[in-house]
Design a protein around this ligand. Structure first.
Ligand SMILES: NC(=O)c1ccc[n+]([C@@H]2O[C@H](COP(=O)([O-])OP(=O)(O)OC[C@H]3O[C@@H](n4cnc5c(N)ncnc54)[C@H](O)[C@@H]3O)[C@@H](O)[C@H]2O)c1
Ligand SMILES: [Zn+2]
Length: 366
């Protein structure tokens, strides 16, 4: 199955997302068609490289291409400038030229670092995303946002760099640990809330099969989420408008990640963020009564935590949100739902709402 991401601003940068079990076998042919290059630098983290690194390099090399694996230690704490610098140096030492390309093989951390590497290497080389985590398949590999974390916050250095192709081989998910499946599902819940009530209802109905990684259920999750994310990013490539709704759960989620350093996975932090932000939306009279309860219940079914970690005090969270790039003109801004499937806002007044600190503090204090 293929889903196209048509880009309005630069039509020739439009790309395909291929989804299906066993797609890895077709990787060489897909690279030839969508991203021809003299050499492929396959970027991966230590976990994924151990499981699939050799297989990917062998397949690409077996088809007659130059392919080399470059890895870094797994973990969000390695999504840094240092990792980017080390990978750049190693690629230069291996003489990967301007006719080379990057293949990002891994979860969202690999995708973000490798995408940023591709955006900057020799002023930019093409790249292909081969997501291996559920979160990367349904969210981070799509949309062209790349970057690294810095001490001041998450994703503060980066670039928009659209992939030439995304290859989501569902077979990768067989080795994905259950907590990582749950973390990915947080972004699926987000997609349902922001744009698709039927998709949300499917997640509610089929959660047992999804958690059990049943093939058809997982495929429907990936397809459903990809369709939603692709539609949103294609109409607003550089986040000047409606794309902001993808940040539901992320204002508080990113603050949790920053304050309680690595206590929560990104997906977990987003789940917690959605639970609070949904309650905030109700408290402000923006969301219909019962919306927060319904969202929270689904997060619970997916075994996601709902409370802020002990290390994250209300004051610290608000302080971080104040310094966040999404805070403009004084008040902290949120993308909030009106109901499951519909976000608050419009073209004219924008897609985010400024909220006074005291209101946020009250909801965070519970
Ligand atoms: N660019 C974007 O638009 C965007 C969107 C959402 C999230 N993100 C970023 O994505 C990151 C989170 O991504 P993530 O949740 O994939 O984290 P991750 O990349 O750290 O992967 C999670 C863990 O699972 C392992 N793993 C990945 N695939 C596996 C597989 N098939 N089998 C076994 N283990 C596997 C990884 O090695 C890692 O230990 C965050 O840094 C977040 O900021 C970016
Ligand atoms: Zn996210």
């Amino acid at each position: 199955m293929t889903i196209r991401v048509p880009l309005r601003e630069q039509r020739d940068a439009s790309y395909d997302i291929a989804i299906g079990p066993g797609l890895l076998a077709e990787l060489p042919a897909l690279l030839r068609r969508h991203c021809p290059a003299a050499a492929y630098a396959v970027i991966s983290d230590s976990h994924v490289a151990k499981l699939y690194g050799d297989e990917v390099v062998k397949r690409v090399a077996g088809a007659g291409y130059r392919a080399e694996l470059f890895t870094f230690p797994a973990g969000e704490w390695n999504k840094t400038r240092e990792t980017w610098a080390s990978l750049s140096d190693r690629m230069l030492a291996a003489h990967v030229g301007r006719d080379g390309a990057v293949v990002a093989l891994g979860g969202g951390v690999v995708g973000d670092v490798a995408g940023f590497l591709a955006a900057t290497y020799l002023r930019g080389v093409p790249h292909v995303q081969v997501p291996t985590s559920l979160l990367a398949m349904i969210d981070s590999s799509i949309g062209g946002k790349t970057g690294v974390d810095v001490p001041a916050g998450k994703n503060l250095l980066g670039a928009f760099h659209q992939p030439r192709l995304v290859v989501a081989d569902l077979n990768f998910l067989t080795s994905l640990p259950p907590v990582q499946v749950s973390a990915g599902l947080a972004e699926a819940v987000k997609h349902g809330v922001i744009a698709a009530a039927e998709y949300f209802a499917f997640l509610e109905r089929d959660y047992v099969a999804i958690l059990g990684k049943h093939g058809a259920a997982l495929e429907r999750v990936v397809r459903g989420s990809v369709e939603i994310k692709a539609a949103i990013v294609s109409e607003d490539e550089r986040e000047s408008g409606r794309r902001a709704i993808l940040n539901f759960g992320h204002t508080i989620g990113h603050a949790i990640e920053a304050v309680a350093k690595y206590e929560a996975l990104h997906g977990e932090a987003v789940g917690i963020g959605m639970a609070y932000e949904a309650r905030l939306a109700e408290a402000l009279g923006i969301a219909a009564k019962g919306s927060a309860e319904r969202i929270t219940r689904l997060l619970e079914r997916f075994r996601l935590p709902l409370e802020r970690p002990h290390g994250a005090s209300v004051d610290d969270l608000i302080a971080v949100m104040r310094g966040d790039k999404k805070a403009r003109g004084g008040e902290i801004r949120f993308a909030l739902p009106k109901a499951v499937g519909v976000m608050h806002g419009d073209k004219k007044s924008g897609w985010t709402v400024g909220v006074a600190d005291e209101r946020i503090a009250k909801v965070l204090a519970g």
